[in-house]
Design a protein around this ligand. Structure first.
Ligand code: E4P
Length: 218
């Protein structure tokens, strides 16, 4: 499973990308607003740090305007992935943009049927928002599992499942178990995946015992 980071914080991306664990980045209008920076400049900078897909979202709601915005965003860098919302107009924009050779991430997906339509529209990525489904009392991961089954039923559907709205390590574990292609994770969640209290406890014990030997490796 690939890891994308879900942030528009360039310094966070730079630090995490240095680990080699980051395969791409997702942004959305809320994350851009949080960064307090110019949209185009931020996306351009992120694309210099990460070689993989960098999602930048259109803000128009009508097909022709989405396509126009998408084409402009795609000119920022070759790894820009145009993000369009899962609306009827978004699906039509997705079809036009992918037919023109662009990568498209269809976002704000909350059902398997929506994901089926996105794949038929040629989406490169489909983004089911699992945390937001959990928030309303549904099991977001059920939708991911359904999408995996549906896509695997048909060779013609090659859209990658990009699990979004991830809130913690258990979502990551379940996404991997469900066979998701990508998990986009907030930086804190990615860092948290490395942590376990028994790792800390075990390391402290090893170092204490090592200290007693009076030896040094170098
Ligand atoms: C994905 O592309 C979205 O930016 C993101 O995962 C949304 O997550 P949220 O529900 O925590 O805002």
């Amino acid at each position: 499973m690939k890891f994308f980071v879900d942030t528009a914080d360039v310094e966070e991306i730079r630090e995490l990308a240095a680990t080699g664990l980051v395969d791409g980045v997702t942004t959305n209008p809320s994350l851009i607003a949080k960064s307090g920076r110019d949209f185009t400049e931020v996306v351009k900078e992120i694309c210099t740090i990460v070689d993989g897909p960098v999602s930048a979202e259109v803000t128009a709601t009508e097909t022709d305007a989405m396509v126009e915005e998408g084409r402009k965003l795609a000119q920022i860098a070759k790894n820009v992935t145009i993000k369009v919302p899962l609306t009827w107009d978004g699906l039509k924009a997705c079809r036009t943009l992918t037919q023109g050779g662009a990568m498209v991430n269809v976002t704000l997906c909350f059902s398997a049927n929506q994901a089926l339509l996105a794949a038929k529209a040629g989406a490169t990525f489909i983004s089911p928002f699992i945390g937001r489904l959990d928030d309303i009392g549904e099991d977001g991961m059920d939708v991911v599992r359904d999408i995996r089954t549906i896509y695997d039923n048909y060779d013609a559907l090659s859209t990658q499942i990009l699990v979004a709205s991830i809130r913690g390590g258990d979502h990551v574990r379940q996404a991997a178990l469900a066979g998701a292609d990508v998990a986009t994770v907030p930086p804190a969640v990615l860092r948290g995946l490395s942590e376990h209290p028994l790792t800390d406890k075990g390391l402290a014990a090893f170092l204490a015992d090592w200290e007693k030997t009076g030896q040094s490796i170098l």
